[in-house]
Design a protein around this ligand. Sequence first.
Ligand SMILES: *Cc1c(COP(=O)(O)O)cnc(C)c1O
Length: 386
Amino acid sequence: MKTVYMDNNATTPIDPRVKEAVLPFLGELYGNPSSLHAVAKPVKQAMIEARQHVADLIGAEKHEIFFTASGTEADNWAIKGIVAASRNEKKHVITSSVEHEAVRNTCKYLTHLGIDVTFLPVDQYGMVDPDDVRRAIRPETVLITIMHSNNEVGTIQPIDEIVSIAKEAGVAMHTDAVQSAGKMPLDVGQLPVDTMALSGHKLYALKGCGALYIRSGLLVRRLIHGGHQERGRRAGTENVVGIVALGAACKLAAEEIGTEPQHIFDLRNRLEAGILERISHTTLNGHPKMRLCSTTNIRFEYLEGESILLRLSANGICVSTGSACSSASLEASPVLIAMGIPPQHAHGAIRFSLGRMNTEEDVDYVLEVLPPIIEELRKMSPLFPG
Ligand SMILES: *Cc1c(COP(=O)(O)O)cnc(C)c1O
C-alpha cells in the first residue's frame, strides 16, 4: 500500500543527502573530536563546518551555536540557564499558553521552585497579543519565552514585536523556533532574541540532536556539567553523527528556503481547500494567514480525531491529532483549549503537516480517501444530526 506521510511536524524523514553526509561518520571517521591526534582531526573539522551551517541558517556567528541532545534540551537549557543566571531575588517568567511541552513543562517546573510564571492567553487563532506581554512585565521579570511558531496549529507569533518589548524592558528573550527553521527565513540579526532552540529531526536530520543559539555575551548557566565540550558550556562527548546531520540539513534548508516553503504552502493550501470544500462541518484551527506553510489543523465536528486517524492510517495516510504526545493520552489538546475551542470540538481535530517529500499525488490521494471515511464515521456517530 502507498504511504502518504503528512506528520512532518512530529518528525521529518531523513533527507537522502543528509544520510549520505553522515555515512563516513558511521565508519572510518569515528574519532573523538576532543582528542589531539590524526583520527580526531577530520571529525573536529566536520563539527566546525556543521556549526557554521547552523549559524548561517539563522544569521548567527559560529561561536553562538551550541549542540544539544534535542530541541527539548535546548529549551530546558535556555529557560533554566537564564533564570539561574539572573541575580534577582524574586524572579518572574512570561510564557504563552500554547507552548510545546518542552517549554510548558519546564515553566511549570519553575513554579515548583517558587518562581512566578505568567502563562499568557492567546486569541482564537492561537496568537499572543504583544500588549499582553508588555502588561505582564514586572520589575522582577527575568525571561520571556514565546515560541516562534506553533507545532499543532502552525500559528506564527508576532515575535518581532515581542522581542522589541523585551529589549525595551531589558528582559532576556528565548524563542522555540524548532518548527520555523527551514520553513521561513530566520535571522537573529533582524530578530534579536537572546536564545533560540532548533531540532534536527524536524529539519530532515536525525532524532536526538538539537542546537541552542546563545547571543554572544549572554550569561546562561550550564544545564549539563562535566567535560569541556562546547567551549565548556555543555558537557558530554558530542553526538558527531547527529551534529553532522544537523549541519547538512541546515545547509540544505538555507539553499531551499527561497523555493521550498512556497511549494509546500501550495500543496497545503490545495489540501486544506479541498477538505473544507468537500466535507461539511469542518473548521480550520489556527491563524488563516500567519501560519506555517506545512500545517493545516482541521476539526471534524461530531467525530473523534483518533477514529479518523486510525481509518486514515489503515489507508496508508499518516497524520496526527494535535501533538504526538496527546495522541497517546486522550486529553483534549491544551493548545486548542487555550484557543477557546470547546473540548468536544477539540477532540475532532486532525493535523496534516506536509514536508519536502510530499507531492500533488499525495494531496489527491488524501482528498480521495478522506471524504468517504468521514461520511462513514458520521453515519455511525450518535452525535451527528444529519
Ligand atoms: C519537536 C518540538 C520540540 C522538541 O524537540 P525534540 O528534538 O523532539 O526534543 C520543541 N518545540 C517544538 C515546537 C517542537 O515541535
